[in-house]
Design a protein around this ligand. Structure first.
Ligand code: GCB
Length: 608
């Protein structure tokens, strides 16, 4: 079990937030063993005193910011630093708790404040934090110096896994030459990807909240659990309000239930005229000295899965959506509001009701938007590219379990999240896969009893070993692309057979969790040829014909690969990145965007 909650930092009468985004000092440790920063203890003095620095924006991947190819492809430790003035009242008031939080950094991070280590964290895409109250009180008049070292090296035990290969043939490679091998298809962007914040809470504070919702006829039920840390003898008052701020229900104590008469359920976009309805649950705690308040948005809805259907609020839900990436020009995987809002507008224009966070957890702000807009989410952990048999070892599994702990802790309260995906395209045909996925999925279900669990597979049904444990089969396929290249005419037969095999083996609902074709925008050919916009369209159309035949049986959704073009490592299969987007990387439509838009709005009318 993890230590403490990870509530999204929020301002209230008792809490303050200070963003530390902007320009930080930055240096990549280019020494041969990448270890000079530790040998010379760069964190002890200002980074500017131990060598040259450049300006680096936070949040952003550092890779595409400069013209230097060695920084783009850098592997090892990079160092970030900035100084910040902490408001005097945060320091003078001993009852104020000051927390330093990093929204995410890729991949391994160590954090120092004024030269003292405050925390370290393994894994990108998820937040970590450290209380620094006592530290900043030691030198109350000085600005506080925050140093963060981040290492993007992937090993067989990281998620995603990777290996470092040293090229020892000195007739072909210079001394110390190495490459990082990865088994996943996106650029290994690195750096501080999400906001760095300082925030305060009272010393006795609301540390975590969990809600589970249900309803019967017109009455909703919100069960809650609150944990408070920092002291005892507190009183907890819980108040639920509707969207207009009107009182709905209240309760006291650290766990209980709230009854909602004439409940307004949380519905997906296009399934209801009022999607994304959110109540607010105000959690207020006080002792004789301390008061704290945290407000959690709550959507009341249920999720159930049968052998053939995916049910939201007991109604069959059909996923017509996309797979995405956190990826864009210049900023890489860095958090960017204009991009996020643009993507939501494009998704709504397309008639998208759902997406999968391929292949890692996205920023919390994105999930909050999904809650408000009614966009349904399959929340995927960074378990992508588990293909080497050594990645099924105990150490890898242990880390994978911890990542699921962190993911569920962060995202458990989002009504938009309807299913966990523990992995993408693992080698699920290998013998150790059975124990690995059994353990991983049982663990995830123990953490959250309210949501189905899946992993996304590319295996053939007869080879797969992890499927018995999933609630929904999420199957990727690339017929007439990676196999039978250029032969669109095989899709009807191969795709139907594929579905029938999966259904026969497990009797679970099936989602086409990826399908698609690369299209270089502006490339045209009729009859269609691979890489043209026409071929991408024709391939999608052939898939859609099969989907429509299976839709009333066990087939419950389709997620195109991919929403937009995205960057990958260099290789002969990728022409400056993966071009399977229906939008370009700059978010302009290819022909396929119009085809899908027509289909999704039609599906919304037929299934919604
Ligand atoms: C897949 C992967 C995805 C790739 C895609 C492709 O099966 O899950 O990460 O980008 O295929 O285009 O090859």
């Amino acid at each position: 079990p993890l230590d403490g909650g990870m509530l999204f930092p929020q301002e209230s009468s008792f809490r303050e937030v200070k963003e530390l985004n902007g320009l930080w000092d930055f240096r990549a440790d280019g020494s041969p063993n990448r270890n000079e920063g530790f040998e010379k203890a760069w964190y002890k003095r200002r980074l500017t005193e131990t060598g040259p620095v450049i300006e680096m924006p936070v949040p952003a991947s550092y890779n595409d910011i400069t013209q230097d190819p060695t920084l783009r492809d850098f592997i090892g430790w990079v160092w970030y630093e900035r100084e910040v003035f902490v408001p005097a009242r945060w320091i003078s008031d001993e009852g104020t708790r000051v927390v330093l939080r990093v929204g995410s950094a890729h991949y391994y991070s160590i954090v120092w404040v004024n030269g003292e280590k405050v925390t370290e964290h393994e894994g990108g895409h998820l937040p970590f934090e450290a209380e620094i109250s006592s530290l900043i009180r030691k030198e109350p008049t000085k600005p506080c110096r925050i140093t963060i070292a981040v290492n993007n090296t992937l090993t067989l035990e990281t998620l995603p896994p990777g290996t470092i290969q040293y090229m020892n043939d000195s007739s072909r490679y210079p001394d110390g030459f190495f490459v990082q091998n990865i088994d996943f298809d996106f650029f290994n962007y690195a750096g501080i990807h999400r906001s760095v914040l300082l925030y305060t809470t009272p010393k006795v504070h609301v540390d975590d909240i969990s809600v589970e919702t249900n309803f019967m006829d017109n009455t909703g039920l919100v069960r809650y659990k609150v944990s408070v840390q920092g002291g005892f003898n507190n009183t907890l008052n819980i108040t639920l309000m509707d969207k207009d701020g009107h009182f709905v229900a209240s309760s006291t104590g650290s766990s209980g239930g709230l009854k909602v008469v004439d409940v307004k359920l949380w519905w997906p976009y296009l399934m209801h005229e009022n999607p994304g309805y959110l109540y607010s649950m105000k959690v207020r705690q006080h002792t004789s000295t301390y008061e704290d308040e945290y407000t959690l948005p709550v959507g009341i809805r249920t999720i159930n899965v049968t052998n053939t259907q995916f049910l939201i609020n007991n109604k069959p839900f059909y996923f017509h959506g996309v797979n995405k990436h956190e990826d864009s020009d210049i900023r890489g995987r860095g958090f960017d509001w204009p991009l996020i809002v643009k993507d939501f507008n494009l998704m709504k224009w397309l008639g998208v009701n759902s997406f999968r966070t391929s292949h890692y957890p996205y920023a919390e702000e994105i999930l909050q938007m999904c809650d408000r807009h009614g966009i349904v989410v399959i929340d995927e952990c960074p378990g992508v590219g588990i293909k080497d048999i050594r990645s099924f070892r105990n150490a890898s599994l242990s880390h994978h379990l911890v990542v699921m702990d962190e993911l569920v802790r962060r995202d458990k309260n989002h009504p938009s999240v309807v299913m966990w995906s523990v992995a993408n395209e693992p080698a699920s045909e290998m013998p150790p896969a059975e124990f690995y996925f059994k353990t991983l999925i049982e663990h995830t279900k123990a953490l959250d009893q309210t949501r189905p669990v899946t992993y996304v597979t590319i295996a053939a049904a007869d080879m797969d070993k992890g499927g018995p444990y999933v609630d929904v089969v999420c199957a990727n396929s690339y017929f007439a692309w990676y196999f039978d290249q250029g032969r669109l005419d095989i899709i009807p037969l191969q795709l139907s057979t594929h579905f029938e095999n999966w259904y026969r083996k497990y009797q679970r609902p099936i989602i086409q969790s990826e399908y698609g074709a690369d299209a270089v925008p502006g490339l045209h050919m009729d009859p269609p040829m691979m890489f043209t916009e026409e071929y991408q369209n024709a391939l999608l159309q052939s898939y859609h014909d099969v989907f429509d035949q299976k839709r009333n049986q066990y087939f419950v959704g389709e997620l195109i690969w991919n929403f937009a073009d995205f960057m990958t490592s260099q290789g002969i299969y990728r022409v400056v990145g993966n071009k399977k987007g229906i939008f370009t990387r700059q978010r302009q439509p290819k022909a396929a965007a119009f085809l899908l838009r027509k289909r999704y709005w039609r599906l919304a009318n037929e299934t919604g």
